[in-house]
Write a protein that binds this ligand. Structure first.
Ligand code: FEO
Ligand code: CA
Ligand code: CA
Ligand code: CA
Length: 631
């Protein structure tokens, strides 16, 4: 971890007030530059973005994808060829989580039949997912630019060849007609949060993969399909009607090949991305990698859905720091043990998900170790894991060994008895777990941040103690739904999501919540990013995003003079049922029509370019005086 610079403070900036406009706001003395918006040609030769979203599927394959989420910066070495610590030139890795059908597609090209148009739109949507690798360079004025024609810049999407690795690779549940060996997959989907390894690879986490699948028959979902949210209609994008691979009546195992953590080598475009099955299959948020003092690799992961679980993987092998990029290090995620958290009063422990233990036996439907990983959610149910208020990102403190934080974004389906005001659609009569210590509030519409300390400060320990770092909410509301004391009129937020420490030990909190700015969410404005002092608990608002966006994904240059942040789905609106869970969140079109804060033309609204569809983008943030961001 970096020591502080001379005079660097934990929260050395003036807080930004909440806002509802269509701009990115940063503190006085800072600059913010939108970079690499959706549709930007990735090779400098692809056709430019069309403001009416009229680009074709072919063009989208060579352009930046949509819905920027997880993010990382990998610096080059001094001669600009391999990996190194340069802060002025590097590769940005950007996840593209999903697409917004309400603005992703342009006007239909004339003369195309309805079937041909549907196929073209599915292909374009598939090209808009995945991730981008982009070679970028800092200019003398602090601004960043894509390096055109760069060899390493590339797109990964729903058809990019990838390998399944680890204990479940080749498992019968992963075999399909196109891949009888169960080891080769096309594409990744729902890539949400991210992580990075000490051996220089990027981790991209598949979250809401389920909605891209469907089936044409009339059958009900199997218990395994239902446990992962697979349904006949999915998100309503109808991929299965145009691309048989996504029809589970025809290819019932294809969905088992999604929902993994994907490991990508930024500097080797020829290496196939690897889906690491030892880390389990669920709706992955991010993957926070920490080394135990004995060299074992620990990966903290959340499964983002109401009443799902916190997981951690502990490797069997040990990291060798003498040769960080060695072949042995690069296989450390292939063998180890997945665990799931169970909380008790003030403490808790990690239960191993090992075949043959804790009821994970053939008698209960778990026939072998691979099946435990493919059905990790059900294995966690069986061992009695603690249901949480929607786990999003985890972040490990870089200077306090064993201290880890988790965003629990919100969960109106906990305790209480009111209708679910945000997520809405829980199955009728769905179980509402009672409140408990780590999930202490009924109808938790605001979310909170949980913290734990592993026994002995060891990442690989199996016991921990926990407390609550922050309960978001409204200071005017007391009783069972009251916020924590570190919330006040100047830092209100809801739905903590992205969460990461910088090397100085500042905790950054990003939000993905209700931006209506009224009722339970009054004075919170648009989604935002805050910074916190983990020791004192003080929280200060650092950035406000444009209308309708979430703020997600963050990365620093090694010198911490540039902070990259992703602005995801500005202007997102829900039209009609189905679609992504978020797009189905509010089924009332009249309310949406009256919702001015959900409209956006960002980033054009900020840069002064001609108006266009709203575009997700990365934002580079730096200090005008060249100091470390936040300090
Ligand atoms: Fe893709 Fe849980 O956020
Ligand atoms: Ca997201
Ligand atoms: Ca998220
Ligand atoms: Ca979220």
């Amino acid at each position: 971890p970096a020591a502080g610079e001379a005079g660097e403070r934990m929260l050395g900036f003036r807080p930004v007030p909440s806002a509802t406009g269509d701009q990115v706001l940063v503190p006085e003395g800072y600059r913010a530059q939108p970079l690499l918006p959706w549709g930007t040609p990735i090779d400098g030769r692809a056709p430019p973005f069309r403001p009416d979203a009229g680009n074709t599927a072919e063009e989208q394959l060579r352009q930046i994808g949509d819905n920027h989420d997880g993010l990382a910066y990998f610096g080059f070495d001094a001669d600009g060829r391999g990996p190194g610590l340069r802060s002025d030139e590097g590769l940005l890795l950007i996840n593209h989580e999903y697409i917004n059908p309400e603005y992703f597609f342009g006007p239909p090209p004339p003369g195309l039949s309805a079937d041909a148009l549907a196929r073209e739109r599915v292909r374009k949507a598939q090209a808009g997912h995945g991730a981008s690798v982009v070679h970028v360079r800092r200019q003398a004025d602090g601004r960043w630019q894509q390096v055109e024609g760069a060899r390493l810049s590339r797109r990964l999407h729903a058809h990019t060849p990838m390998r399944l690795c680890g204990p479940a690779a080749g498992h019968v549940l992963l075999r399909t007609a196109a891949d009888p060996g169960g080891r080769q997959v096309l594409g990744m989907l729902g890539n949400c949060g991210s992580g990075r390894t000490p051996w220089g690879t990027y981790l991209s986490c598949e979250e809401n993969f389920h909605g891209y699948f469907g089936w044409s028959g009339r059958r009900a979902a199997t218990p395994l399909e239902a446990r992962y949210g697979l349904s006949r209609e999915g998100f309503g994008l109808a991929w299965h009607a145009c691309d048989p691979r996504f029809d589970l009546d025809l290819h019932p195992h294809e969905a088992h090949r999604f929902g993994w953590v994907v490991e990508i080598d930024p500097f080797d475009p020829d290496a196939l991305p690897r889906k690491q099955t030892a880390l389990g299959r669920f709706k992955h948020e991010n993957a926070e990698v920490v080394l135990d003092p004995d060299g074992r690799v620990v990966v903290y992961m959340g499964c983002d859905e109401r009443n799902e679980y916190l997981y951690k993987f502990i490797s069997e092998g040990r990291f060798d720091p003498r040769a960080p990029r060695s072949a042995a290090n690069r296989r450390l995620l292939e063998r180890g043990t997945l665990h799931v958290a169970r909380f008790e009063s003030g403490g808790g422990h990690w239960i191993p998900l090992v075949h043959g233990q804790h009821g994970l036996t053939a008698a209960h439907g778990f026939h072998d170790p691979g099946e435990v990983l493919v059905r990790a959610r059900q294995a966690a149910d069986r061992v009695g894991a603690t249901p949480m208020d929607r786990p999003e990102w985890m972040a490990a403190h870089p200077r306090v060994p064993g201290e880890v934080y988790a965003s629990l974004t919100h969960n109106p389906q906990r305790g209480g008895d009111t209708l679910n005001p945000i997520d809405g659609r829980g199955p009728a009569g769905a179980a509402r777990p009672p409140v408990d210590g780590p999930n202490p509030r009924p109808d938790n519409v605001w979310g909170h941040i949980l913290r734990w300390r592993e026994a002995g400060g060891r990442a690989a320990a199996l016991h921990f103690e926990w407390d609550l770092f922050a309960l978001a909410g409204q200071p005017g509301i007391g009783g069972a739904r009251a916020p924590s004391a570190n919330l006040h009129a100047g830092n209100l937020f809801n739905s903590p999501d992205g969460l990461a420490f910088d090397a100085f030990g500042r905790l950054w909190i990003q939000t993905d919540g209700n931006c209506s700015n009224r009722g339970d969410f009054a004075q919170m404005g648009n989604n935002q990013m805050l910074a916190a002092d983990p020791a004192s608990g003080e929280i200060r608002r650092f950035l406000v995003g444009p209308s309708g966006c979430e703020v997600s994904g963050l990365a620093w240059t090694p010198d911490r003079r540039t902070l990259f942040v992703n602005i995801q789905h500005p202007g997102e609106i829900a039209r009609g049922p189905g679609r992504h869970p978020r797009l189905a969140a509010d089924p009332d079109p009249a309310r949406l029509a009256a919702e001015p804060t959900l409209m956006s033309a960002w980033p054009a609204s900020q840069t002064g370019e001609p108006p266009s569809r709203p575009r997700s983008a990365t934002v580079a943030v730096w200090r005008e005086d060249g100091g470390p961001v936040g300090g």
